[in-house]
Ligand binder design. Structure first.
Ligand code: BGC
Length: 781
């Protein structure tokens, strides 16, 4: 996208200077607005042309059968897919009898701007109709952070050179016609007409539609109200049918006169509440928005974002694209999580229907770290959602003959939706990923109440899973066999190092939390014997190593497998999963995405320094990055072991994945975890931040091209600002009580009055390991 000439690179906004239909689908994703509860893709106001119309409500989905050619015990029988709910953003326009449709007539200018500070999407277009009438259309759109049920649009039309008849139709539309599915297996199945009408009304400028999903029985209501301003000739009427509710405004305008419509839309849904209750819910939300008014909503949005940016902004000197990309990333990750409130944060947020709207470990491992240090309340909410789904996860564990909870690999409601065992439920590491997010959140916030009410239960149930899944061998060593680690090009391995190390953290954390909160633990049936068993398993956990090579094994025996024939693989045969059978991938050394390298980041204290460098050099030539979750982690570890130029190239890949549409699937929605990965790359890669041990620690080092990197973090009720140049780093405590941090192993006392500056030591430059042929990241250094 930003490599497309229509896109400008600016520090605080994404500007598209002309409409390009060849990147329309991608633009719909990057211009998405969401608050984590309601999501609107960046579709044009008039609805067409479109690539993928998208209006989403977090949690609203339809079920569908998951058929198998051959049945097997424990296969999930029902799938879940996010659905396109009632479209409230539609505003059609008729200019002297001609529909305002940019495929016809002459587009004199068209600009869209996503303002990352204001949280608004602006559009201004000058268009001459096929019969020669010229109008200027301006619109501004928001999905409110403070009022989570509310989205709003201000829409204005002005004739530019002659008296013009205008008709505006502002609509709510359910069961929109959707384009055909793409051939990409990762894209969602679009379920058509899954909303059954229950009620429709149109009174004056007020509209309402209520529907119910056919199989998942969720009731979805949308309501809208309008403020219309125009010349005296302006007339308004409204009408509704099952799937459409419409306000029509007609006016005759002289050049220079404006017809303005402010549209407030409210959404509500429930799987339990009655029709009157859901109807009242959307009417109440709408009443609140009406009393705030359009300008009030705009002001509130700005205030909410000012607060976010004060604690989260990142400044990058020396690379304007990365500067834009990191703010774009922070904004979209915030949009995905801000008001998700005890719902999942899907892999695509609410920006598209890719991955069927499912969430994965992406949330806990990639998205929640960013939110922990910038918007911690969202993390507590996301983890409370996991806690709410514990009954399902416990049932799944029982079904599998295991104890505790087995969280789903992919899901909307908490039920497992992956029908493919080897890269589904067997990726048991998601349980430890959730536990690690719990540990990180408590560590970074000191939220004791959360630990007591939510943390203990999640840690205990996940620890139980590990204890029942693994076993002690005759010499007492603890193994976890038959699991899939993050690298999905290996499956059902024994002692995957990442899984074992993360399970070890999980078991220890559960034991510590159970001892700190004896009453909660006892209520969960935990006794001293169980705690001792967790500690034993953690102590005896196997971490496989090939001593002859001096490297860790991704899993037991991994380094003994044949190496993939990289030289015989053509560049167009990536991603490998679409061109080679899994059985062959599974029996070779070829890494889809950082696995052992991720373990070295998240469990860095379990590895010696020289081991890290050797491991990195060993796995780098095997790692093909067929997942967008890899580049950011390779950035972090490349920076740690001293390959700053390579780290910088990886940062570029993670940060520009969607803005440059590097994987050619941004049309299906943004890669929220890779966006969060850009933050991980900058903060943990070049800031060298680590959050294990007793203190928050930093080991800054900048790649040559960056003159400066500055970032803020929220940590234990403080706000820190870390300002790094190539020679020095300054640590400032902006808010809160004095605090101790660590800089390259030195403990530093920070107070508001006394910022601390230290020299930055450039790492020893080592020879850079190669990537598999053709898989080098695009050079950025
Ligand atoms: C990756 C998974 C990831 C999923 C959703 C897959 O391609 O291998 O690790 O969770 O995409 O982003």
């Amino acid at each position: 996208m930003i490599s497309h000439p229509a896109y400008a690179v600016e520090p605080w906004c994404l500007r598209e200077t002309e409409l390009n239909l060849d990147v329309l689908a991608q633009s719909e994703s990057v211009f998405s607005l969401s608050n984590g509860h309601v999501g609107w893709r960046g579709n044009l106001d008039e609805g067409e042309p479109h690539a993928h119309p998208g209006s989403y409500l977090n949690g609203v989905h339809e079920q569908h059968p998951l058929p198998y050619a051959e049945a097997g015990y424990g296969y999930p029988e029902s799938g879940q897919t996010v659905i396109n709910v009632t479209n409230g953003k539609l505003i059609r326009l008729l200019v002297d009898d001609e529909p305002f449709d940019l495929r016809y007539g002459w587009v004199r200018s068209h600009e869209r701007v996503l303002d990352l500070r204001a949280g608004l999407l602006h559009r201004v277009c000058e268009w001459t109709s096929p019969t020669g009438t010229t109008v200027r259309v301006r619109s501004t759109r928001l999905v409110s952070f403070p009022q989570r049920a509310i989205a709003a649009i201000a829409y204005e039309v002005e004739p530019l050179d002659a008296r013009t008849n205008l008709v505006i139709q502002s609509e709510l539309v359910a069961n929109e016609q959707l384009p055909m599915r793409t051939g990409d297996p990762r894209a969602a199945a679009a379920l058509e007409s899954c909303l059954q009408p229950e009620e429709h009304t149109a009174i004056d400028t007020r509209l309402r539609l209520v529907h119910r999903t056919t199989r998942s029985h969720q009731r979805v209501a949308a309501a809208a109200d309008h403020v219309v301003r125009g010349p005296e000739s302006t007339r308004t009427s409204s009408e509704s049918t099952d799937d459409v509710a419409r306000v029509t405004v007609t006016a005759l305008l002289e050049p220079g006169e404006t017809l303005r419509l402010e549209k407030l839309v409210s959404y509500g849904w429930s799987g339990m509440r009655s029709l009157p209750a859901v109807r009242d819910q959307v009417e109440a939300a709408l009443a609140a928005a009406r009393s705030t008014g359009w300008q009030g909503l705009v002001d509130q949005q700005r205030e909410s974002l000012d607060d976010f940016w004060r604690h989260a902004d990142i400044e990058v000197d020396g690379d304007a694209e990365i500067q834009l990309a990191i703010r774009f990333a922070l904004f979209h990750v915030l949009q995905a999580g801000r008001r998700a409130e005890q719902r999942a944060i899907p892999a695509k947020g609410l920006t598209g229907s890719g991955y069927d709207g499912h969430s994965f470990w992406d949330t806990e491992t990639f998205v929640l770290p960013l939110l922990t240090y910038t918007s911690p309340n969202c993390v507590a909410e996301a983890l409370r959602w996991r806690q709410d789904t514990l009954p399902t996860a416990r049932a799944r564990a029982r079904q599998l003959g295991l104890r505790g909870a087995a969280f789903p690999w992919r899901t909307i409601t908490g039920a497992e939706c992956s029908g493919y065992w080897p890269a589904g439920t067997a990726a048991f590491h998601i349980n430890a990923d959730i536990a690690a997010a719990v540990v990180r959140y408590i560590w970074a916030t000191g939220d004791a109440d959360f630990e007591r009410r939510t943390g203990v239960e999640l840690l205990v149930e996940t620890a139980r899973l590990w204890h029942s899944l693994g076993h002690h061998d005759s010499s007492g060593r603890f193994h976890i066999n038959g699991v899939t680690g993050p690298d999905e090009y290996s499956a059902l391995s024994n002692d995957n190092a990442y899984t074992n190390l993360m399970a070890r953290v999980n078991l220890q954390a559960a034991a510590d939390a159970a001892e700190r909160h004896a009453a909660q633990a006892a209520a969960l049936g935990v006794d001293a014997e169980e705690i001792a068993a967790w500690r034993d398993a953690a102590r005896a956990m196997v971490v496989p190593c090939n001593r002859a090579l001096g490297v860790h094994e991704q899993a037991a025996g991994y380094t003994g497998l044949d190496v993939w024939d990289f030289a015989g693989t053509e560049p167009e045969q990536y991603p490998l999963l679409l061109h080679f059978p899994y059985f062959d991938l599974y029996r070779k050394q070829v890494v889809k995405q950082a696995d052992l390298v991720l373990a070295m980041f998240l469990c860095g204290d379990a590895f010696e320094e020289d081991h890290k460098a050797r491991n990195f050099a060993y796995y780098e030539p095997l790692t093909v990055r067929d997942s967008s979750l890899s580049a950011c982690i390779q950035c972090v570890m490349a920076a740690e072991v001293g390959h700053l130029g390579l780290a910088y190239d990886y940062l570029g890949e993670a940060a520009l994945l969607d803005l440059a549409d590097l994987e050619r699937n941004t049309r299906d929605g943004l890669h929220i975890a890779s966006l969060a990965g850009a933050w991980i790359g900058l903060v943990a890669g070049f800031g060298g931040m680590r959050d294990y041990g007793d203190t928050l620690s930093f080991a800054p080092r900048l790649p040559e091209r960056l003159g400066r990197l500055a970032f803020s973090l929220l940590f234990r009720r403080r706000c820190l600002r870390i300002d790094i140049t190539s020679s020095h780093v300054t640590y400032r405590l902006m808010e809160g009580e004095p605090l101790q941090i660590s800089h390259g192993g030195e403990l530093i006392a920070l107070s508001k009055e006394a910022p601390q500056t230290r020299p930055v030591e450039p790492p020893t430059a080592l020879p850079e390991p190669p990537q598999p042929p053709g898989r080098r990241p695009q050079p950025r250094r």
